[in-house]
Design a protein around this ligand. Structure first.
Ligand SMILES: Nc1ncnc2c1ncn2[C@@H]1O[C@H](COP(=O)(O)OP(=O)(O)OP(=O)(O)O)[C@@H](O)[C@H]1O
Length: 352
């Protein structure tokens, strides 16, 4: 860790971090009470005070109803928000909690409630306090899960959900620097023991980071890799847009049937592999009923299509289907020189 990682964030630096949010009508700050999000609230309040005109800030805490201390932590956030002159709301995740996949369900509920709070506050953005350390952990998690280029790009600085922009202004900032900022300001924060609970994947991966850093691959290296992959991913997405237009043009404006995507097989086969994968993924996710499709399965489908087109191009050009497969609720077939993707008939949907 460099000395810079431990130095408190200056007002000038805070202005740079929040610069893109100056003209938003209002912002919701997602604050759990942990160090990262308390620092987000403190920095955002300081930034807002430095502006003559700027967005209104509302602090929101979600009580998932999973830990006894959560209500007290929410009250503590409210107290600190009041000290900073910011309105605060606590929203509760109500209803039955699932027995398996609890972290994912809690996360889903949290983002739904945060988006609701943003709409109620007239806010265009919800700000979370994801740090550089979170980004490094996300990359590792996705690596182990076998993600492709899009997943390995990790978290974007901005993304959209239900018409609300999720912004992560602290994505380049090391957690240690946020803690140093709070210490300098004399502000306390909650300690969530689930962050260290090795029953969950993320805390186990977190323990790996110092070992990787000792081998020369610190959080900065991992985050730089994610940024490079995000760049490459954006380029492939653009190429896929162009390839879709190219394939449509080759169809000379023949109107495609509604609810069906269809590509000329030989023109499709000439495109780069990563682009072919994107086109299949897009079509399957748009038309299938069980998406999103698993990348590994789409890779296997592409291999089967390539094999069918190259080993028997004549048969591929004739009317009879030489390949028919269901995947993620979509039916993919190769017949009459075309690859067709359509919703799978109801009774076949389980086969993906
Ligand atoms: N209970 C909460 N109330 C309000 N905001 C929260 C709460 N929990 C998390 N957040 C926001 O989400 C950010 C990320 O939190 P955390 O890393 O714990 O989430 P996660 O479960 O890993 O989900 P994600 O996939 O969003 O990273 C926090 O910095 C904070 O801004």
């Amino acid at each position: 860790m460099s000395d810079n990682d431990l130095s408190p964030i200056s007002t000038r630096e805070a202005r740079r971090l929040f610069a893109g949010l100056k003209s938003a009508p209002a912002l919701v700050l997602a604050v759990s009470g942990g160090p990262d999000s308390v620092a987000l609230m403190w920095l955002a309040a300081r930034w807002r005070r430095s502006l003559a005109r700027g967005p209104g800030l509302t602090v929101v805490t979600i009580d998932h109803g999973l830990r006894r201390e959560a209500a007290r932590e929410a009250r503590e956030v409210k107290r600190l928000a009041a000290e900073l002159g910011l309105p605060h709301r606590t929203l509760r995740w109500r209803g039955a909690k699932p027995k398996t996949g609890l972290p994912a369900a809690a996360r889903e509920a949290r983002y739904r409630l945060l988006a609701q709070a943003a709409r109620a506050a007239g806010a265009s953005h919800v700000l979370t306090a994801h740090t550089r350390d979170d980004q490094a952990e996300t990359l590792l998690m996705r690596l182990l899960r076998g993600s492709g280029l899009a997943g390995l790009s990790a978290m974007a600085p901005h993304s959209e959900r239900d018409g609300i922009v999720l912004a992560r202004p602290l994505l380049e900032v090391p957690k240690a620097q946020l803690i140093a900022t709070l210490k300098r300001a004399g502000i306390g924060f909650a300690d969530d023991p689930t962050n260290r609970d090795t029953a969950f994947t993320r805390p186990r991966l977190r323990a790996l980071l110092p070992l990787l850093a000792a081998e020369g691959g610190d959080a900065r290296t991992l985050v730089r890799l994610a940024a490079r992959l995000a760049r490459a991913n954006a380029a492939v997405e653009l190429l896929a847009d162009g390839a879709e237009r190219f394939l449509r043009l080759r169809d000379r404006g023949d109107a495609p049937q509604v609810g069906l995507r269809s590509f000329e097989a030989l023109a499709f086969a000439g495109l780069p592999e990563e682009v072919r994968l994107r086109l299949l993924l897009r079509a399957i996710n748009a038309l299938g009923h069980e998406g999103p499709a698993e990348l590994g399965k789409v890779e296997a489908l592409l291999a089967a299509l390539d094999q069918a087109i190259t080993t028997s191009p004549r048969a591929a050009a004739k009317g009879r289907a030489i390949l028919k497969q269901t995947l993620a609720g979509a039916l993919i077939s190769l017949a009459g020189g075309r690859i067709q993707i359509a919703p799978a008939p109801a009774r076949r949907r389980k086969g993906g």
